[in-house]
Design a protein around this ligand. Structure first.
Ligand SMILES: [Zn+2]
Length: 406
């Protein structure tokens, strides 16, 4: 079977043109005409290569070779075709056109292969304010009632917006994945971070996906006059928050280069020009691929805040708002990919972790799962400037093809 890199480049260019914002990046919210155009493009090209498709109740598209059929166990590979507003052309789409090319190459080589291409409906979370809808619904972890509460920019729920595209509301929850139909899942995706590009690593095997701990911290001080309160008499909640934020920014490096922490939101009260703030609330988003580090980090966050506010004679409430464990990829699939890399003559394919969440994280508890990353130029993503090299994407395709045809 011969992977054709030009065909992959052609797919990426054509799908990039299916956007609400021509000339200004990919704009493909889920269940819109542009999203459907991109989805139908993939279905058509797969059909031309001897495949057939079916759409499940959540709106995910499944594609297999007609000769292979639906009753045998296949490798599952796919990603998403929706984008953030003004997104890049590689995020998600790369993981769709790679298995598409493998299906085309197999047809040319007259090979029947155990591969199912999947297009997950809504991954980014920007259409309905919740990410990975399609994979969650298919995994059975998102009910019709939960979906019914979500709304897009037009105030329409995914159940209604998806109806013209195959969503069948009352079958969600029963039309779910049957793990025995699958050997495992391999999602190809661009890295969306700078590490591989910097080290000149074209493709890498992902063996863990970051877990996430999120907190809401409120610091209580005393409001007072900005002019008549001496510096030694202050209980300044905003200054304490500033010290916490700078301290927190430094601590992930002590755990591991893979740990990251972000304070993304802050609110000060009374937030007035000449008043010392008495209440400041900020968010903390802490991620790591290691559950041990997530645990240690959560403890360290608490200790650091308590130490800073008590030295300043203030108090703080720290509420943990989300606990998502890190997801380890399946050791068997990771070693199958490593073996395939060696066999295909790709030298030095290292393992890495994923900082961002993906559909693979949702299905990892149900199927043996791993991911293949392709380097992102300068780590830029969710931006029209997003770029990955076609030859790197073709290498990822060779890797996936080698595992599927083993
Ligand atoms: Zn993505």
């Amino acid at each position: 079977m011969k992977i054709n890199a030009d065909r992959i480049a052609g797919d990426l260019d054509l799908i990039a043109g299916m956007t609400e914002t021509p000339g200004n990046g990919s704009g493909r919210p889920t269940f819109t005409p542009q999203w459907a155009e991109a989805r139908d493009y993939v279905i058509k090209h797969a059909k031309d290569a001897g495949c057939e498709s079916r759409i499940d109740s959540a709106g995910n598209v499944h594609i297999r070779q007609r000769d292979f059929g639906w009753d045998k166990s296949a490798w599952l590979s796919g990603s998403h075709i929706d984008s953030v507003p003004h997104g890049g052309k590689f995020d998600g789409v790369t993981g769709i056109v790679v298995p598409l090319e493998i299906l085309r190459a197999a047809a040319e080589a007259k090979l029947t292969i155990p591969l199912e291409l999947i297009i997950f409906a809504e991954e980014e979370g920007t259409t309905f304010n919740l990410g990975m809808l399609g994979s969650r619904a298919w995994a059975g972890t998102l009910s019709m009632n939960q979906l019914d509460k979500l709304r897009n920019r037009d105030g329409i729920s995914p159940l209604d917006a998806g109806r013209p595209y195959g969503v069948v509301a009352d079958q969600i929850g029963t039309d779910v994945i049957d793990a025995k139909n699958y050997r495992g899942l391999i999602e190809v995706h661009v890295e969306q971070g700078p590490a591989m590009w910097e080290k000149n690593i074209p493709v890498a095997i992902v063996d863990a996906i970051n877990g996430r701990r999120q907190f809401r911290c409120t610091i209580h001080g005393v409001a007072n006059h900005a002019g008549s309160t001496p510096m030694t008499y202050r209980y300044d909640a905003l200054a304490a928050a500033a010290e916490c934020i700078v301290g927190l920014e430094r601590f992930p490096a002590m755990l591991s280069p893979a740990a990251v922490l972000t304070v993304g939101r802050i609110e000060a009260k009374p937030n007035a020009l000449n008043v010392i703030n008495d209440e400041v609330t900020f968010s903390i988003d802490f991620r790591s691929p290691s559950n041990e580090h997530l645990e240690a980090g959560a403890k360290a966050i608490r200790q650091a805040i308590v130490a800073i506010v008590s030295r300043r004679k203030l108090t703080a409430d720290l509420i943990e708002t989300e606990v998502l464990p890190a997801v380890n990829m399946d050791a068997g699939v990771v070693s199958a990919l490593k073996a395939a890399a060696e066999k295909a003559g790709l030298k030095d394919v290292p393992t890495t972790y994923s900082g961002a969440l993906h559909d693979a994280a949702i299905l990892a508890s149900l199927l043996p799962t791993a991911m293949v990353f392709v380097a992102s130029k300068d780590g830029i993503s969710h931006n029209p400037a997003e770029l990955s090299r076609i030859e790197d994407i073709a290498q990822a395709a060779e890797l996936l093809a080698a595992v599927v045809t083993q």
